[in-house]
Design a protein around this ligand. Structure first.
Ligand code: SF4
Length: 701
């Protein structure tokens, strides 16, 4: 199969795997800010105040609108909070804010029925709308399953009727961590179970002639989330549906980790044209979420335009569901399960079953100073004349044509441009990087590793076809395309289809020019008449280059890694400090769970149910456990949703009441109602008793 044939193949879950093309969904009315259809991708977030604190909730909502939110969600845990939404809405309208409000409902149909008469949209969780989660392993006969559905239909119908009467929209928001016992019994804790959980409720709505729906498939594991959304789209298309998609990764955490984890999930879907609204969920103040969501989304307003120009005025085909009829061969691409592309192990170091390797470019740094290797994760001690390495020490540094004047650590490999490499007297741990033609013309090759740079355009050349795959060869895959992820994915399809098992390092280059670049994004937002309100332009401007690198690299590399593509990653970003480039690379590998180098925190963004200060608590827990590589710790604000939402965490720290923390091992309660002052020590004690504790220490190279 040649590259042109591969380019012509449409995907199963999106309009095109090759050209940026947004999936056209049904337009849904939410107050006076419609979603889906040809509307811009909307931005939203959720308040963290107590819903009974009217003044606080109004003030926070206004800050969120100023930061760029098109919709604001507020929790309504019971009827009294649902009723107070009327006062919150009244005060917002009096202050001139017409932002549509969304009530967040778990477990309480009566609160939903009150809220649906007041706000513009209600969010229900199909896993707990009419079910108490019992975590029981139940077995249902076909008849019992149907009876359950009928019971839920009776409970759910009044809400649908109210929504129809009041013109209220509804989000059917499935969460991976809170599937009903019924769904768990039939499908398990799987993307298919998540899809079916929503489909049951969608079918009920349609049987009542109610279509004002938005759907979400969230998980704290971005890979599960991506698979579930893809499967949802394919399932909806098969049933003739095209409801708008609300994208989000739950419990993403804070800071760099939270941004990267959100971007690998949300960005991967946006790359394939999926998504009508985005909520980035950070354990930070909610007004910090919108600029991140805006930066993720705005990348596509200019891309759509460029792809349209490239297509010379032809329609990009979002109008028709028919492209979904062709399926890529599952051996070429299975979008619903992770399977790493099979490659050989080159020099017992890269490819095969090895973790993805990390390359950074230090060629422009001061190579007279050994301390510069701290940027690559190697700390130099002048006293001992020794380096120490850690879990985030890179595998290769690219030095181009620059020669360092100090000795490198033995386990760090140096990459040189071929000509410079050929003149080296001591080539130990040094490997050449070639252009394709240069590789053929070279008189000397390395006996260990030869890296050859390729792009999509090279794949059908004689030079490429004449390559001998001798297990020292590793490709460095580059791209100049605007829709670069898809361009590189095509290359992987090509390699796979043609049985080429050479390991591939994916390389992407990012040019940032500080404020001037940010201005370009702002200009693009304005000229594309995006959803961004004038008031939010300042928020957009505040997205700095470092954040943009984290978001864009996480999107571009994450989307490929989720599909099993890539034996190494190489981020080029000359304007960004190398230390940040290194931590971004390891953050992406951690978020895609392809190389674990640190503790993972699954912390909720907090809301009106939260029982302690999540930001402070998360920092406190992080400060004592951040060396526990590979452990997943859930930090949840409430006992109502927390245990379900923390999904596959190894340990959980969950608010159970004022100054009461309940500690979990997986889904098992280990200690109930511990005072907050003692809870972290108790948690560490449990980890120690389980044999999962290690003392913080540095590993010497
Ligand atoms: S887990 Fe956190 S965000 Fe979710 S409902 Fe509880 S407090 Fe709110």
């Amino acid at each position: 199969m040649n590259l042109e044939t591969i380019k012509a193949l449409p995907g199963r879950y999106c309009n095109s795997l090759h050209t940026y093309s947004r999936w056209l969904t049904r337009e849904v009315n939410i107050g006076d800010v419609p979603m889906g259809g040809n509307n811009p991708i909307r931005i939203q977030s959720m308040t963290t105040t107590d819903t009974m604190d009217t003044a606080g909730t109004v003030a926070q909502t206004i800050r969120m609108v100023e930061a760029g939110c098109d919709y604001v969600r507020i929790t309504a845990p019971s009827v009294k909070e649902a009723q107070n939404l009327a006062e919150i809405k009244k005060q917002l309208r009096q202050k001139g804010y017409s932002v549509p409000l969304v009530a967040d409902i778990h477990f309480t149909p009566n609160a939903a029925e009150v809220a649906a008469r007041i706000v513009e949209k209600v969010r229900i969780n199909p896993g707990n709308y009419a079910d108490k989660k019992r975590f029981n392993e139940l077995v249902y006969t076909e008849a019992e399953y149907q009876n359950e559905l009928e019971r839920i239909f009776k409970k759910f119908t009044p809400l649908v009727n109210i929504c129809k009467e009041y013109g209220t929209a509804m989000r059917i928001g499935t969460n991976h961590g809170s599937l009903s016992d019924r769904i768990m019994s039939q499908y398990g804790d799987t993307p298919r179970g998540m899809v079916e959980s929503a489909m049951e409720f969608i079918r009920m709505c349609e049987s009542l002639n109610y279509y004002n729906l938005v759907i979400s498939m969230k998980s704290s594991n971005p890979q599960v989330m991506v698979q579930a959304y893809r499967m949802l789209v394919e399932t909806m298309v098969a049933e003739g549906m095209n409801y708008p998609l609300h994208l989000g990764v739950t419990e993403a955490g804070d800071g760099e980790d939270g941004r990267i984890k959100s971007a690998v999930g949300i960005g991967t879907l946006l790359e394939d044209g999926l998504g009508d609204t985005v909520r980035v969920s950070l354990t930070e103040e909610p007004e910090f979420e919108a600029p991140v969501a805006i930066a993720l989304v705005e990348r596509y307003s200019s891309r759509a335009k460029e792809e349209r120009q490239k297509a010379k005025g032809t329609s990009i085909g979002a109008e028709d569901l028919s492209p979904f009829t062709f399926h890529l061969s599952p051996s070429l691409h299975s979008p619903y399960e992770y399977k790493k592309r099979e490659t050989y192990e080159a020099n017992a170091f890269i490819g095969g079953s090895m973790v993805p390797r990390v390359v950074i470019d230090l060629s422009a740094k001061n190579l007279k100073d050994p301390a510069i290797l701290a940027d690559a994760g190697y700390l130099y001690s002048p006293l001992l004349d020794k380096y120490s390495m850690a879990d985030q020490s890179v595998d290769f540094v690219y030095l181009a044509d620059e020669l360092p004047s100090f000795t490198f650590p033995g386990n760090l490999k140096k990459l040189y441009n071929y000509k410079t490499w050929s003149f080296l007297i001591d080539k130990k741990n040094c490997h050449p990087v070639f252009g394709l033609e240069e590789y053929h013309a070279s008189v000397e090759k390395d006996t260990a590793l030869n890296l050859v740079k390729i792009k999509a355009i090279d794949l059908e050349t004689q030079a490429f076809k004449q390559l001998v795959f001798d297990e020292t060869l590793v490709f460095v895959l580059e791209t100049d395309a605007t829709h670069g992820m898809a361009d590189q994915r095509e290359c992987f399809f090509y390699l796979k289809k043609n049985g080429i098992d050479v390991p591939v390092i994916v390389r992407r280059s990012y040019a940032f020019n500080g404020a001037r670049r940010d201005e370009r994004v702002v200009e693009s937002a304005i000229s594309n008449q995006s959803s961004i309100a004038k008031s939010s332009i300042s928020a957009l401007r505040s997205t700095d280059s470092i954040t943009e690198l984290q978001l864009y690299a996480a999107t571009d590399f994450g989307a490929l890694l989720f599909d099993g593509f890539g034996d190494g990653i190489w981020i080029d970003a000359p304007e960004i400090p190398s230390k940040i480039v290194t931590s971004t690379a390891f953050g992406i590998l951690q978020a895609t769970r392809s190389r674990i180098s640190k503790t993972e925190y699954i912390s909720c963004p907090s809301c009106g149910r939260t029982l302690f200060d999540l930001q402070i608590t998360t920092q406190m827990i992080r400060s004592r456990t951040s060396h526990l590589k590979g452990l997943k710790i859930g930090i949840m604000g409430c006992i109502v949703n927390g245990p379900g939402e923390m999904a596959d965490a190894d340990y959980g720290y969950v608010g159970a009441g004022p100054d009461k923390i309940t500690l979990y091992r997986g889904k098992e309660v280990v200690k109930k109602n511990v005072s907050a002052a003692l809870a972290l020590d108790e948690l560490i004690g449990i980890i120690k008793n389980d044999g999962n504790w290690i003392e913080p220490e540095t590993i010497l190279a």
